[in-house]
Ligand binder design. Sequence first.
Ligand code: FES
Ligand code: FES
Length: 161
Amino acid sequence: MPTISMTVNGNEVSGEVENRTLLVQFLRDSLGLTGTHVGCDTSQCGACTVHVDGLQVKSCTMFAVEAAGADVTSIEGIASPEGELSAVQAAFKEHHGLQCGFCTPGMIMAAESLLKANPKPTEAEIRHHLHGNICRCTGYHNIVKAIYAASGQDVAELMPA
Ligand code: FES
Ligand code: FES
């Protein structure tokens, strides 16, 4: 079995994997980073979203060996080392952007990625960006609201739910 190394949330990690091991399995099963969820395993739900070399990736669609040498960030790497929430995380909390929370790590990772590329997205741009992330609880409105707020824009400008 190949041994791979990568940087995860700023830490150098390595481990033995099978060629078929998915990145999400490596994160969850080998590294114990269970904040990255598996909702479908077929690239539809987005619960497994992480960042690989700065790009938003569904980690159930990537083999762990493909991430060898990469710089990976999972939901556990989003708050500061002291535990201070990111602006997106704080806005999800303030605007009730979650209910059961299963989709939330993937939503946060998608939102962080969007705001990095587009710091002041419109409501339509936020909704478009979330097309790959499924939430079965919230109806999405408060998620959109949270991301809009995290971008520093006034949520009163949004269409009512
Ligand atoms: Fe990866 Fe659903 S678990 S997209
Ligand atoms: Fe339950 Fe989104 S909060 S799936």
